[in-house]
Design a protein around this ligand. Sequence first.
Ligand SMILES: Cc1cc2nc3c(=O)[nH]c(=O)nc-3n(C[C@H](O)[C@H](O)[C@H](O)COP(=O)(O)O)c2cc1C
Length: 269
Amino acid sequence: MSNDSTKKMVTVALGVCLVCSILVSTAAVALNARQEKNKESDKIKNILIAGELMQEGIDVKAVFDSKVQPEIVNLQSGEFLPESDYNAKLDPATFNVKVMADDPDYGTAIPADKDLARIRRMPKYMTIYIVKVNDQAEKYILPIYGKGLWSTLYGFLALNSDLQTIEGITFYEHGETPGLGGEVDNPRWKEIWKGKQVFRENGEVGITVIKGQVDPDDPDAQYEVDGLSGSTLTTRGLDAMVKFWLGDSGYGPFIRGHRIQKEEINEQG
Ligand SMILES: Cc1cc2nc3c(=O)[nH]c(=O)nc-3n(C[C@H](O)[C@H](O)[C@H](O)COP(=O)(O)O)c2cc1C
């Protein structure tokens, strides 16, 4: 067979393709564990950022382990799940929002009229992260997720121990356009959230991501966050997502229960 015969060229091309595909699949399998580990470490970093515990050069895992206490919340009752009820799936160390939302036992479909965040399914339990100082809860870091324009955004909303004042927001995974919806990662925009109030006096969720900029003289300014410019659809998604997770289908029962408990403790003390 001569070197430029069609058969030989096709055989060589197929051979090269086969070798390359074996190399790529081997690399993908070999790197999968490392990618998962990196994703987990990125998530932990974002929990620390939301809780304002992140600094250059720190040992992320050590700070997380010493200052942050994960707890599993039953979203319907709003109560913490006792450790004695943890199992292979319900374990803060391995809790994965996406896996739990799809789980036939631990996930649930969201009725369309309640699905503000457009996520269709959600876990019945969520792992939340409590920043403790001298054994007292200082901040509650709540996982949130919902649809933007192109993607589902996954992040954390940090509330002060009053469960009313926002301490921070971060997103560790999304596919919005850099410079547009991707501005959710812009530290200046994230800064705007700090100090905003979540619930109105009547108990309704007040926090709103508006289109445009907040007028500081507006009496509602304490509940309002600037939208992302040129990104109305991501902005709407963010607004719907925070309303969903702070509402009755999300952390509403947990937040109400904890605020009542705190008021009772304060009254007794
Ligand atoms: C390539 C491209 C990427 C875009 N990415 C986003 C995005 O990530 N988020 C978003 O809300 N809008 C994005 N848009 C704009 C939307 O299509 C839409 O025009 C915009 O949300 C309307 O916002 P406005 O009313 O503030 O102009 C993108 C548009 C283009 C052409």
